[in-house]
Design a protein around this ligand. Structure first.
Ligand code: B12
Ligand code: SF4
Ligand code: SF4
Length: 282
């Protein structure tokens, strides 16, 4: 199978899936029925033996809890990362109220994640029908967001997982981190990620960057937007503060939650920001 076939299959699925549209049963208000969640994804590929995967085991990157691609699927050849950008409607709606997430964004967080799980399961089935064993780590029973060391919710090491989608996307060439710690892709930051590890061989993509924060212009807009005061230019993003704010949203909207103010109304919302350098007198 070639990359194009797989990319077409994913694009086709997202456009025909009825779950890419909010239905009557789940809509948080009636005018959200029919709301489209995601636009066409970006897909990146990496060789399972890419030396970057081993680097993720370093304590300052993710740590020993990170499970290598070959440990999820020992016959695997390729890691596939997918970025699903939110539709303009979801992004625009989250700009209105500076303090609380919009209902549209909450749908993107909760129903959007269900859809990513469904799409990844569909691609897994499709690859397996073509003879390639495939694992979707984030819906695998071995997936864990528990910290391997004794920590509490004020400790930054508490916020981890054994398969970090942003780190995987970075290795697959989809983009770099930003000050807010979200991943900035060619289709921006406002969206969600998924991934698969497969026996199928797909040529790895080139990383068009060498530094982990290369696409971030350090404008500080995400810090200004953050209702949880979780981001500063000096310290970057403090996960525990973000989590405190997300808990407040959970209290208000249970079982929905989310925020994403650091992902909208920012230069990295829809693409890779560019620094505009002024020429003398311009
Ligand atoms: C735990 C978690 C949280 C925690 C902590 C967030 C975090 N960044 O780790 C809390 C609850 C606070 C949280 C909040 C949110 N989350 Co969250 N969360 C996760 C989860 C489940 C695991 C993250 C993880 O493993 N972190 C591991 C630690 C180590 O990551 P880190 O500290 O950021 O890593 C730094 C170091 O590694 C450092 N570094 C140092 N040296 C080196 C060297 C190299 C080579 C590299 C690569 C890095 C590196 O750079 C990194 C960035 O600073 C993932 C899902 C998944 N399985 O990946 C979603 C995920 C990160 N969340 C996501 C989102 C969208 C959110 C929210 C916006 C909530 C919402 N939906 O409204 C907020 C804010 C996100 C933000 N600004 O970062 C998305 C991010 C999408 C994107 N475009 O980036 C993810 C990927 C979910 C998904 N499936 O799409 N989240
Ligand atoms: S808003 Fe500015 S500082 Fe924040 S991540 Fe995006 S480019 Fe970087
Ligand atoms: S998700 Fe909200 S609280 Fe968390 S860092 Fe982004 S803006 Fe701040």
């Amino acid at each position: 199978m070639d990359k194009k076939t797989l990319i077409n299959e994913t694009g086709y699925y997202i456009n025909i899936s009825k779950d890419n549209y909010i239905n009557e049963q789940t809509a948080l208000k009636s005018d959200l029925i029919g709301l489209k969640i995601f636009d066409d994804p970006l897909i990146g590929f990496a060789d399972v033996n890419d030396s970057y995967f081993n680097k993720l085991r370093n304590d300052e990157v993710i740590g020993r809890n990170f499970v290598l691609p070959k440990e999820w699927n020992y016959t695997a050849k390729t890691v596939i990362s997918l970025f699903f950008p939110f539709t303009q409607k979801i992004k625009e709606a989250n700009k209105d109220n500076k303090n609380w997430p919009s209902l549209e964004w909450l749908h993107g967080r909760i129903e959007g994640q269900k859809l990513i799980n469904e799409i990844c399961s569909h691609i897994k089935k499709y690859l397996e029908e073509n003879g390639y064993k495939t694992v979707v780590p984030c819906i695998d029973k071995r997936f864990s967001t528990k910290s391997p060391i004794e920590t509490n919710t004020n400790d930054e090491k508490y916020y981890t997982s054994n398969w970090s989608e942003r780190h995987i996307a970075y290795i697959c060439g989809l983009g770099t981190f930003g000050l807010s710690k979200g991943l900035i892709t060619a289709k921006g930051m406002a969206g969600r990620l998924g991934s698969l590890i497969t026996d199928g061989y797909f040529e790895p993509d080139k990383r068009n960057y060498t530094e982990i924060y290369e696409y971030c212009i350090l404008c500080g807009k995400c810090a200004k937007n953050c209702p949880g005061d979780a981001i500063t230019i000096e310290q970057g993003k403090i996960h525990s503060k973000c989590n405190i704010f997300l808990d407040k949203v959970r209290e208000k909207h249970k079982p929905w939650y989310g925020c994403g103010k650091c992902q909208v109304n920012v230069p990295c919302e829809n693409g890779i920001p560019i620094i505009i350098t002024r020429k003398n007198g311009a």
